[in-house]
Ligand binder design. Structure first.
Ligand code: ZN
Length: 176
């Protein structure tokens, strides 16, 4: 999956969860944290290839389940610590972990997921390569970018209309 798909779909999933929980989170922080998290595996791995003698753009440690579980563990600890203090920021680590998981999910490939299951198939990473050409060659990748772009435009419109986050939560007493 490519950047628009990653960011757009992660923000869309986070937005649905926010609506489902009837919660309201700071839109700017929400977008920045989930947006960065949704690209974190690529931001770490893409430039790392050359350091290991691999081409730029492969999938390495940050595209493994091990990495996602470590991030999740750290995020859960932060969430536990911050929720005890009763701070509104306790949701942010959970959203960050969500963004990383959505990234790995969108990177699943029918051709095999040896990197994801690392080190099950050996400690060395296969030498993947990034190319924008993969985008035009793959209908799934094109669909991902289109869906991501549509979600981003939709959320941007909500943001501009001031309807991204819910208004004051209405804690109306139940009737009767
Ligand atoms: Zn990736």
């Amino acid at each position: 999956m490519f950047p628009l798909g990653h960011v757009g779909i992660a923000l869309g999933v986070g937005f649905l969860i926010m609506r489902y929980l009837k919660s309201s989170w700071d839109p700017k922080l929400f977008i920045v944290i989930l947006g960065v998290a949704s690209l974190t595996p690529d931001l770490i791995d893409k430039p790392m290839g050359p350091l290991f003698g691999l081409p730029f753009g492969g999938r390495l440690f940050a595209h493994t389940l091990v990495f996602a579980f470590i991030v999740m563990a750290v995020c859960l600890v932060l969430w536990l610590r911050w929720s005890k203090k009763g701070t509104a920021v306790s949701i942010w680590p959970l959203l960050f972990s969500l963004g990383v998981w959505v990234h790995l999910l969108l990177d699943l490939s029918l051709e095999g997921n040896a990197v994801l299951l690392w080190p099950a198939y050996g400690v060395a990473f296969p030498s993947g390569e990034f190319s924008w050409g993969h985008l035009t060659a793959s209908p799934v990748a094109i669909a991902g970018e289109v869906v991501g772009a549509i979600i981003l435009v939709y959320l941007l419109v909500l943001l501009l209309l001031g309807r991204f986050a819910l208004a004051e939560r209405e804690d109306r007493p139940e009737n009767g």
